[in-house]
Design a protein around this ligand. Sequence first.
Ligand SMILES: [Zn+2]
Length: 276
Amino acid sequence: MQKPKRTGINGAVKLIRIVSVLAMLGVAGGAGVYAGSANETSKAAKVLLAVFAHPDDETVCAGVLARAVANGWEVRVIFATAGDAGADVSGRNLKGAALGKEREREGASALAALGVKRPPSFLGFGDGTVARSRTQVKERLIKELGGLKPDVILTFGPDGFTGHADHIAVGKATDDAAKEAAPASAVYHAVLGRQLEGWAAVAGVAVPKGTKLPENLVTVDVKQFEAERLGSLDCHKTQWTPEVQARLRDFRRAYSFEEFVWSGGGLGAPGKWVGP
Ligand SMILES: [Zn+2]
């Protein structure tokens, strides 16, 4: 989800940044939870594309990915990097390309745990370089979008979920690529709305008083996919120590929904979910 040195329980500074962004977003959103049924079938296979920076970022929408599979959607995931920078907390102390290779494997396992048939695609940008390569990332995404024509695209918003520069940049590149090459795709940003308090507990910090929910928040019920969500978390052994993993598991169990804000395109609209 983020580079270990800036991550999880050490991410107080970034969390404050997230909180500030949320606070700036103002008024409380009041959208209901999209319950739906895991067995709803679409007429033709709709396509859901998730675009993130690092293997493990998919955990921000793991439940929706599992829900998409259950609803008969075709699910594709693109990671801009292999997550080759940073540390390996698994005890093997992998670094650089070796770490990237292992994280690619972890990302593929995590998607398989969610029921996603296709392994993820990796654009091959260096971990930590997405912001300075944003134009090239956008160009690569334009090519991918032209072929895929996704109905829905999930990515990060301007807060990057954790404030990570790669997250913010990949979200912006995705927004821009979609505007240019896939205006029929509804783009949603994964955000922390009602989950923020729980996330703050994972990070070991308090949510500042007066923090408001993002405007036009869309909440998607993923209760039925708890096993898949937890199973996918277990795949990222290089990234989370057992202690952090336990906190993340508690967090996932406590929140049986995932939250998004429509960013533009397709059949979406403020507060309206057109995803699986
Ligand atoms: Zn990340």
